[in-house]
Design a protein around this ligand. Structure first.
Ligand code: NAD
Length: 438
């Protein structure tokens, strides 16, 4: 099939490359000229494991191409996928639909023959109807169906998730669209569940899923606070809880709060939609407020550890919102650092992949270390904020000689606590009572 994809970000690019790898002819469109120039050369503009190799392969065999021209990308497509951003509105926090609406309006004029417009952007319920109206208005002759095709990939695992999705949700009532999408997803039929639902249900599934996962993280974070007070161990508690198949073991890791480009924005957007419809979503509201509070509390704990020290220096390990990605959007690390900056602390940070994006947000307000050990040079406190695998084997013997004062605060349970104690560090973590330190 010929497929046009609008938006070459964290969703559009892996989707385009994956579909090309399956043998489709894919044309990816983005309005950012520099991005398209890099992609044409086979260089990826974001970090996703395994993506660049597949991109290069499919550029070479001609299955994928890149353009800034909507006409060139859309003409002749059987399916057009919309994968543009839906960021939070700065004031109301509802999903800002300007990019989706602009894409729908622009693509309308280039439709020729029956085309499926599949929306992968996370959008408010009813957006499928809006896109339909925008296209019909602009091009009354167009023969098309608008389908909701929510994306569930995990950043950092986008390539793996493209080929191994847990489920594929397709929101449409059109038999023509169903037949075509069944053909598109034929290679996945053996290993993944394909669920056809009404378009509005599909749009809701995406928000309901993300809000649920955000609440699960918030829940385990609150349980971690409880464990600290009663001298229990959250990791043992989570292991025991996760053995219950009704609960499941995933998303039971305590940390400094959820972040990223999806959970914060989607919980807010869901809450906004519910309010508009006079529905109370008290659990989501609690997760949103609790998550904000948590980042402030983590910052407070850091400040209290160093506020008696003259000219204190805090070393931060991890800037991205999670390991395996370069994405710093809404990363708890960013919010925590901004909070620390109010107290005029010297901050130096290191992240395996996120330094470039972090610099765009934090600029020269902090210093950046060249590797994960030099970050600790003369530091008074070392704080782990992101769960990068690189930090799991962190050699505390090395930092033992580098730090001015020996304090560690590990919010992700990455470092070896026993070794830290042996070396004389003062060590704090989340969700483990002091009882275990004795
Ligand atoms: P992104 O910001 O990384 O990428 C969006 C791209 O769209 C940008 O490159 C931008 O230049 C381009 N774009 C915007 N308007 C355009 C237009 N009119 N024509 C051509 N290109 C245009 O965004 P993302 O993270 O890929 O997210 C896209 C959507 O998918 C969002 O709605 C998001 O909520 C959803 N989503 C994201 C993830 C994720 O892990 N990032 C997962 C599931 C769903």
């Amino acid at each position: 099939m010929q497929i046009g994809i609008i938006g070459t970000g964290y969703v559009g690019l892996p989707t385009g490359v994956g579909l090309a790898e399956l043998g489709h002819k894919v044309k990816c469109i983005d309005r950012e000229i520099t991005k398209i120039e890099y992609l044409k050369k086979g260089e990826i503009t974001l970090f996703e494991s395994g993506l660049e190799e597949l991109l290069k392969k499919n550029l070479k065999n001609g299955n994928i191409s890149f353009t800034t021209s909507m006409q060139e990308g859309i003409s002749g497509s059987d399916i057009v996928i919309i994968a543009v951003g839906t960021p939070p509105h700065p004031v109301t926090k509802e999903a800002d639909m300007k990019y989706v609406h602009a894409a729908a309006t622009e693509l309308a004029q280039y439709l020729d023959g029956y085309t499926i417009i599949a929306n992968k952007s996370t959008v408010p319920v009813g957006t499928g109807d809006d896109i339909e109206n925008l296209i019909s208005k602009r091009n009354p002759q167009a023969d098309f169906d608008v389908v909701s095709l929510p994306e569930f990939l995990r950043e950092g695992f986008a390539v793996y998730d493209f080929f191994n999705p847990d489920r594929i949700v397709i929101g449409t009532n059109s038999e023509r669209a169903k037949a075509k999408l069944n053909e598109l997803y034929k290679p996945f039929k053996e290993k993944s569940k394909i669920l056809f639902v009404k378009r509005r249900s599909s749009e809701t599934i995406k928000y309901a899923s993300n809000a649920f996962l955000a609440m699960k993280i918030h829940y385990i974070n609150e349980m971690a606070d409880f464990c600290e007070k009663v001298n229990a161990d959250i990791y043992e508690v989570a292991e025991g809880m996760g053995m219950d198949s009704r609960i499941g073991s995933k998303f039971l890791n305590p940390g400094p709060g959820y972040g990223g480009s999806c959970f914060p924005k989607d919980t807010h957007a869901m809450y906004f939609m519910a309010k508009q419809n006079n529905v109370e979503l008290t659990l989501i509201e609690a997760a949103i407020n609790g998550n904000e509070k948590r980042k402030k509390e983590i910052a407070k704990k850091i400040i209290l550890t160093v506020d008696h020290i003259e000219n204190p220096k805090v070393a931060i390990l991890g800037l991205t919102f999670k390991g395996g990605t370069d994405d710093c959007r809404e990363s708890p690390a960013m919010d925590i650092i901004f909070e620390l900056l109010n107290y005029k602390l010297n901050i130096v940070a290191y992240d395996p992949k996120g330094m470039k994006n972090a610099k765009l947000i934090l600029g020269d307000k902090i210093s950046y270390a060249k590797d994960m050990y030099s970050v600790a040079d003369n530091a008074d406190l070392l704080v782990v904020l992101t769960e990068w695998d690189d930090f799991r084997n962190y050699d505390l013997n090395i930092v033992n000689k580098k730090m001015r004062l020996k304090n560690i605060f590990d919010t992700r349970n990455m470092l070896n606590k026993q070794e830290a104690f042996k070396l004389g560090f003062s060590f704090s973590s989340l969700g483990i009572g002091n009882y275990f330190d004795e």
